[in-house]
Ligand binder design. Structure first.
Ligand code: MG
Length: 160
């Protein structure tokens, strides 16, 4: 059985993952308006992935005898700029999420909950990928001219 403290902290992360989902959906809409259909497609995939993260956390809490909560989601920023600016935000955001998950691990250690530590390691592994992927795209955008950005837009439009 999960402790109430850990349950509440994971519920907070469910809210954070849903906020991330909204963030990426807002970015998708912005990029679509700007004519970057490929980047927009990539962001929509990211949006659904974040919802899966939220649901995965909820299912874990329930499996451990806790109560999962869908809480109020704060409004996400707007007024995004170029694809480079957008992906700079994505990378920085994912680094912050890694810190959040890391703090959850610290709490699971403090609560001596090995099962939750084990479960959260999957989320840590996911964050390694999220950081690397967004940094990879950001690095390419930094090097690309306008034509290169359109090639990258087309490539990211292939994300399965
Ligand atoms: Mg996530």
């Amino acid at each position: 059985m999960i402790t109430e403290k850990l349950q509440n902290a994971i519920n907070g992360q469910i809210t954070a993952e849903m906020w991330s989902a909204n963030l990426y959906l807002a970015m998708a809409f912005h990029l679509e308006v700007e004519g970057y259909d490929g980047f927009a497609h990539w962001m929509k995939k990211q949006w659904s992935e974040e919802m899966e993260h939220a649901v995965g956390l909820a299912e874990y809490v329930i499996k451990r005898g806790g109560t999962a909560k869908v809480d109020k989601i704060d409004v996400v920023p707007e007024g995004w700029g170029t694809p480079l600016e957008v992906f700079q935000h994505v990378y920085e955001h994912e680094c912050r999420v890694t810190e959040m998950i890391s703090k959850l691990v610290d709490l699971a250690v403090a609560e001596k909950d090995k099962a939750t530590q084990h479960f959260l390691m999957g989320y840590i592994a996911e964050q390694i990928e999220e950081e690397a992927t967004s940094k990879g795209i950001l690095d390419k955008l930094k090097k690309a001219g306008e034509a290169g950005i359109l090639v990258l837009d087309s490539q990211l439009g292939q994300r399965a």
